[in-house]
Unconditional design. Structure first.
Length: 182
């Protein structure tokens, strides 16, 4: 039986490898990607989206099946607090200079995803708290995404092709040579 993840990566990657990793493919950005079945994949996207979706789905499923469960009967403030605690490592890692190990990056991104799920849960299950929850989510995400946008090219420092970005060799996704695992 074929590996379903490998099949998806092969099909998406053959059509548009930019969907797997939107970062330049060069030594200056190698810490932003992981290799899966011969494809460069964005470390953040391949951790945050699935972990966040699974986390929120799990909370909603528990709420739907066992609405009296202690896990889902906590106050909205508890969910906000848990979200803040779980999101904090990612925010701290952005504020502290230097590169992190792949394991540290994976863990902080997974915690971010779980934190975002905890933050989103009241919006899904508590109509009275939806507006505040959405406001908090937007209030976190807008500055975070703006920061990421403003610092996106910081890793280009020291690259001899930095002035040519985005027309540098790291952005040549269509002609990328990839070594497929057998």
């Amino acid at each position: 039986m074929d590996n379903p993840l490998r099949l998806v990566l092969d099909r998406v990657g053959d059509r548009n490898p930019l969907l797997l990793a939107h970062h330049p493919r060069c030594e200056y950005y190698d810490h932003h990607t992981i290799e899966l079945y011969g494809w460069k994949c964005c470390l953040g996207c391949f951790v945050v989206y699935p972990v966040g979706a699974i986390s929120l789905s799990t909370l909603v499923a528990v709420w739907a099946v066992r609405p009296e469960s202690t896990l889902v009967t906590q106050s909205t403030g508890v969910f906000y607090t848990v979200a803040g605690v779980l999101i904090a490592p990612m925010v701290a890692s952005k504020l502290i200079p230097g590169r992190r190990s792949t394991t540290t990056r994976l863990l902080s991104k997974a915690l971010l995803a779980i934190g975002l799920a905890a933050l989103a849960f009241p919006a899904v299950t508590r109509p009275a708290d939806r507006l505040l929850t959405i406001g908090l989510g937007v209030g976190f995400l807008v500055p975070y995404v703006a920061y990421k946008g403003l610092t996106a090219r910081d890793d280009c420092q020291g690259c001899p092709e930095a002035a040519a970005f985005p027309n540098c060799s790291g952005m040549e996704f269509e002609t990328e040579d990839r070594d497929r695992q057998q």
